[in-house]
Design a protein around this ligand. Sequence first.
Ligand code: F6R
Length: 240
Amino acid sequence: MKVIVCKDYQEVSEKSAEIVAQVMKDKPNAVLGLATGSTPEGMYAKLVEMNRKGEIDFSDITTVNLDEYFPISPDNDQSYRYFMNKNLFDRVNIDKSRTNVPNGAANDGEAEAARYEAFVRSLGGADIQVLGIGRNGHIAFNEPDVELVPVTHVTGLTPDTIDANARFFASADEVPTHALTMGMGTILSAKKIIILANGKGKHNAVMKMLKGTVTTMCPASFLNLHDDVTLVVDEECYNG
Ligand code: F6R
Protein backbone atom coordinates (compact mmCIF):
# COMPACT_ATOMS: atom_id res chain seq x y z
CA MET A 1 0.00 0.00 0.00
CA LYS A 2 1.31 3.43 -0.93
CA VAL A 3 1.19 6.00 1.88
CA ILE A 4 1.05 9.79 1.46
CA VAL A 5 1.55 11.57 4.78
CA CYS A 6 0.15 15.13 4.75
CA LYS A 7 0.72 17.88 7.26
CA ASP A 8 -2.96 18.42 8.00
CA TYR A 9 -6.57 17.76 6.93
CA GLN A 10 -6.43 20.52 4.32
CA GLU A 11 -3.53 18.79 2.59
CA VAL A 12 -5.30 15.38 2.81
CA SER A 13 -8.26 17.01 1.01
CA GLU A 14 -6.06 18.60 -1.66
CA LYS A 15 -3.94 15.52 -2.34
CA SER A 16 -6.94 13.20 -2.57
CA ALA A 17 -8.80 15.65 -4.85
CA GLU A 18 -5.72 15.78 -7.10
CA ILE A 19 -5.68 11.97 -7.38
CA VAL A 20 -9.40 11.84 -8.29
CA ALA A 21 -8.97 14.76 -10.72
CA GLN A 22 -6.12 12.94 -12.48
CA VAL A 23 -8.35 9.89 -13.04
CA MET A 24 -11.04 12.20 -14.49
CA LYS A 25 -8.53 13.88 -16.81
CA ASP A 26 -7.15 10.53 -18.00
CA LYS A 27 -10.66 9.13 -18.54
CA PRO A 28 -13.44 11.73 -18.97
CA ASN A 29 -16.14 9.02 -18.67
CA ALA A 30 -14.63 7.46 -15.54
CA VAL A 31 -16.65 5.72 -12.86
CA LEU A 32 -15.98 7.30 -9.47
CA GLY A 33 -16.70 5.25 -6.36
CA LEU A 34 -17.60 7.66 -3.58
CA ALA A 35 -17.96 7.70 0.20
CA THR A 36 -19.88 9.88 2.64
CA GLY A 37 -18.80 10.84 6.18
CA SER A 38 -16.84 13.81 7.47
CA THR A 39 -13.44 12.74 6.09
CA PRO A 40 -14.08 13.31 2.34
CA GLU A 41 -15.99 16.60 2.80
CA GLY A 42 -12.85 18.69 2.22
CA MET A 43 -11.98 16.62 -0.87
CA TYR A 44 -15.46 17.25 -2.31
CA ALA A 45 -15.11 20.99 -1.64
CA LYS A 46 -11.80 20.95 -3.51
CA LEU A 47 -13.32 19.02 -6.46
CA VAL A 48 -16.16 21.57 -6.62
CA GLU A 49 -13.59 24.37 -6.71
CA MET A 50 -11.62 22.65 -9.49
CA ASN A 51 -14.84 22.14 -11.48
CA ARG A 52 -15.76 25.82 -11.10
CA LYS A 53 -12.32 26.84 -12.35
CA GLY A 54 -12.82 24.61 -15.39
CA GLU A 55 -10.01 22.24 -14.40
CA ILE A 56 -12.21 19.14 -14.27
CA ASP A 57 -15.41 18.16 -16.07
CA PHE A 58 -18.12 15.90 -14.61
CA SER A 59 -20.38 15.84 -17.68
CA ASP A 60 -19.47 12.26 -18.69
CA ILE A 61 -18.72 10.94 -15.20
CA THR A 62 -20.68 8.12 -13.53
CA THR A 63 -20.62 7.71 -9.76
CA VAL A 64 -21.37 4.78 -7.46
CA ASN A 65 -21.61 5.33 -3.72
CA LEU A 66 -20.59 2.77 -1.16
CA ASP A 67 -23.65 2.65 1.02
CA GLU A 68 -26.97 4.04 2.26
CA TYR A 69 -29.16 3.62 5.31
CA PHE A 70 -32.12 1.27 4.94
CA PRO A 71 -34.88 2.10 5.03
CA ILE A 72 -34.57 5.84 4.45
CA SER A 73 -36.10 8.37 2.08
CA PRO A 74 -33.60 10.04 -0.27
CA ASP A 75 -35.11 13.39 0.87
CA ASN A 76 -34.23 12.74 4.50
CA ASP A 77 -31.36 15.10 5.32
CA GLN A 78 -29.55 12.20 7.04
CA SER A 79 -29.59 10.03 3.91
CA TYR A 80 -26.34 9.51 2.06
CA ARG A 81 -28.12 10.53 -1.16
CA TYR A 82 -28.89 13.90 0.46
CA PHE A 83 -25.26 14.22 1.63
CA MET A 84 -23.92 13.56 -1.86
CA ASN A 85 -26.31 16.01 -3.52
CA LYS A 86 -25.39 18.70 -1.00
CA ASN A 87 -21.62 18.18 -0.99
CA LEU A 88 -20.98 17.37 -4.64
CA PHE A 89 -23.71 16.53 -7.16
CA ASP A 90 -25.69 19.80 -6.82
CA ARG A 91 -22.49 21.82 -7.07
CA VAL A 92 -20.81 20.42 -10.20
CA ASN A 93 -21.80 19.83 -13.83
CA ILE A 94 -22.72 16.18 -13.33
CA ASP A 95 -25.67 14.44 -15.00
CA LYS A 96 -27.69 13.42 -11.90
CA SER A 97 -29.08 10.38 -13.72
CA ARG A 98 -25.55 8.99 -13.73
CA THR A 99 -25.12 9.33 -9.95
CA ASN A 100 -25.85 6.11 -8.09
CA VAL A 101 -26.46 5.52 -4.41
CA PRO A 102 -28.12 2.31 -3.15
CA ASN A 103 -31.85 3.02 -2.95
CA GLY A 104 -32.76 3.33 0.72
CA ALA A 105 -36.44 3.61 -0.24
CA ALA A 106 -36.57 0.28 -2.10
CA ASN A 107 -39.36 -2.09 -0.97
CA ASP A 108 -37.12 -5.11 -0.97
CA GLY A 109 -33.64 -4.52 0.45
CA GLU A 110 -32.18 -7.84 -0.70
CA ALA A 111 -33.40 -7.25 -4.26
CA GLU A 112 -31.96 -3.73 -4.20
CA ALA A 113 -28.60 -5.07 -2.95
CA ALA A 114 -28.51 -7.64 -5.77
CA ARG A 115 -29.48 -4.98 -8.34
CA TYR A 116 -26.77 -2.60 -7.09
CA GLU A 117 -24.10 -5.30 -7.07
CA ALA A 118 -24.96 -6.31 -10.64
CA PHE A 119 -24.94 -2.66 -11.69
CA VAL A 120 -21.49 -1.94 -10.23
CA ARG A 121 -20.15 -5.13 -11.82
CA SER A 122 -21.73 -4.20 -15.17
CA LEU A 123 -19.65 -1.01 -15.08
CA GLY A 124 -16.55 -3.15 -14.59
CA GLY A 125 -16.05 -1.74 -11.07
CA ALA A 126 -15.09 1.84 -10.26
CA ASP A 127 -12.05 3.41 -11.93
CA ILE A 128 -11.24 4.87 -8.54
CA GLN A 129 -12.90 4.17 -5.19
CA VAL A 130 -12.64 6.75 -2.41
CA LEU A 131 -12.88 5.35 1.12
CA GLY A 132 -12.94 6.54 4.70
CA ILE A 133 -12.16 4.23 7.62
CA GLY A 134 -14.01 3.70 10.89
CA ARG A 135 -12.22 3.82 14.25
CA ASN A 136 -12.78 0.06 14.44
CA GLY A 137 -11.42 -0.51 10.92
CA HIS A 138 -14.80 -0.66 9.20
CA ILE A 139 -15.11 0.17 5.51
CA ALA A 140 -18.52 1.28 4.24
CA PHE A 141 -20.89 -0.68 6.57
CA ASN A 142 -18.61 -3.74 6.68
CA GLU A 143 -18.09 -3.94 10.45
CA PRO A 144 -15.49 -6.20 12.12
CA ASP A 145 -17.00 -9.69 12.50
CA VAL A 146 -16.08 -13.36 12.28
CA GLU A 147 -17.36 -13.38 8.71
CA LEU A 148 -17.75 -10.68 6.05
CA VAL A 149 -20.15 -10.66 3.08
CA PRO A 150 -18.17 -10.00 -0.12
CA VAL A 151 -21.00 -8.52 -2.21
CA THR A 152 -23.52 -5.67 -1.77
CA HIS A 153 -25.89 -6.66 1.02
CA VAL A 154 -28.29 -5.51 3.72
CA THR A 155 -26.67 -5.32 7.13
CA GLY A 156 -28.02 -4.54 10.60
CA LEU A 157 -26.62 -1.51 12.40
CA THR A 158 -25.06 -2.22 15.77
CA PRO A 159 -26.92 -0.79 18.80
CA ASP A 160 -23.91 1.53 19.28
CA THR A 161 -24.25 2.96 15.79
CA ILE A 162 -28.01 3.42 16.22
CA ASP A 163 -27.42 5.22 19.53
CA ALA A 164 -24.69 7.39 18.03
CA ASN A 165 -26.94 8.38 15.12
CA ALA A 166 -30.10 9.01 17.16
CA ARG A 167 -29.17 12.66 17.76
CA PHE A 168 -29.34 13.41 14.02
CA PHE A 169 -32.94 12.20 13.66
CA ALA A 170 -36.21 13.75 14.84
CA SER A 171 -36.89 10.73 17.05
CA ALA A 172 -35.15 7.45 17.90
CA ASP A 173 -37.81 5.54 15.90
CA GLU A 174 -36.67 7.29 12.75
CA VAL A 175 -33.10 6.00 13.00
CA PRO A 176 -32.70 3.34 10.34
CA THR A 177 -31.99 -0.11 11.76
CA HIS A 178 -30.21 -1.38 8.64
CA ALA A 179 -28.01 -0.26 5.78
CA LEU A 180 -27.29 -1.28 2.20
CA THR A 181 -23.56 -1.59 1.67
CA MET A 182 -21.08 -2.74 -0.92
CA GLY A 183 -19.13 -5.76 0.33
CA MET A 184 -15.34 -5.89 0.42
CA GLY A 185 -15.38 -7.84 -2.86
CA THR A 186 -17.39 -5.07 -4.57
CA ILE A 187 -14.95 -2.48 -3.21
CA LEU A 188 -11.92 -4.51 -4.31
CA SER A 189 -13.33 -4.65 -7.86
CA ALA A 190 -12.27 -0.99 -8.22
CA LYS A 191 -9.20 -0.47 -10.39
CA LYS A 192 -7.67 2.03 -7.99
CA ILE A 193 -8.48 2.79 -4.35
CA ILE A 194 -7.67 5.77 -2.14
CA ILE A 195 -8.38 5.66 1.56
CA LEU A 196 -8.45 8.91 3.55
CA ALA A 197 -7.86 9.25 7.26
CA ASN A 198 -7.19 12.13 9.61
CA GLY A 199 -6.94 12.68 13.35
CA LYS A 200 -5.65 10.61 16.27
CA GLY A 201 -8.91 8.67 16.59
CA LYS A 202 -8.17 6.71 13.42
CA HIS A 203 -4.53 5.92 14.32
CA ASN A 204 -5.09 2.39 15.63
CA ALA A 205 -7.31 1.36 12.72
CA VAL A 206 -4.81 2.73 10.20
CA MET A 207 -1.89 0.94 11.89
CA LYS A 208 -3.79 -2.34 11.91
CA MET A 209 -4.44 -1.94 8.17
CA LEU A 210 -0.81 -1.02 7.46
CA LYS A 211 0.42 -4.17 9.22
CA GLY A 212 -0.15 -5.86 5.87
CA THR A 213 -2.02 -8.96 7.09
CA VAL A 214 -5.72 -9.67 6.48
CA THR A 215 -8.39 -10.23 9.13
CA THR A 216 -12.18 -9.95 9.11
CA MET A 217 -11.83 -8.22 12.48
CA CYS A 218 -10.40 -5.24 10.57
CA PRO A 219 -12.25 -4.99 7.23
CA ALA A 220 -9.81 -2.28 6.04
CA SER A 221 -7.05 -4.91 6.17
CA PHE A 222 -8.67 -6.52 3.09
CA LEU A 223 -7.28 -3.60 1.09
CA ASN A 224 -3.92 -5.41 1.37
CA LEU A 225 -5.29 -7.83 -1.26
CA HIS A 226 -5.39 -5.02 -3.86
CA ASP A 227 -2.31 -3.81 -5.71
CA ASP A 228 -3.26 -0.16 -6.26
CA VAL A 229 -4.24 1.33 -2.91
CA THR A 230 -3.06 4.70 -1.61
CA LEU A 231 -3.57 5.86 1.96
CA VAL A 232 -3.77 9.65 2.24
CA VAL A 233 -3.31 10.45 5.91
CA ASP A 234 -2.41 13.45 8.07
CA GLU A 235 0.59 13.45 10.43
CA GLU A 236 -1.63 13.42 13.52
CA CYS A 237 -3.29 10.18 12.44
CA TYR A 238 -0.11 8.57 11.11
CA ASN A 239 2.05 9.36 14.14
CA GLY A 240 -0.72 8.78 16.69
C1 F6R B 1 -19.23 6.34 4.39
C2 F6R B 1 -18.84 5.09 4.99
C3 F6R B 1 -18.18 4.97 6.33
C4 F6R B 1 -17.17 6.06 6.63
C5 F6R B 1 -16.49 5.83 7.98
C6 F6R B 1 -15.66 7.02 8.41
O1 F6R B 1 -19.86 6.15 3.15
O2 F6R B 1 -19.09 4.09 4.39
O3 F6R B 1 -17.57 3.71 6.42
O4 F6R B 1 -16.19 6.12 5.63
O5 F6R B 1 -17.46 5.58 8.97
O6 F6R B 1 -16.52 8.11 8.66
P1 F6R B 1 -15.97 9.56 8.92
O7 F6R B 1 -15.32 10.02 7.68
O8 F6R B 1 -17.19 10.38 9.25
O9 F6R B 1 -15.00 9.46 10.06
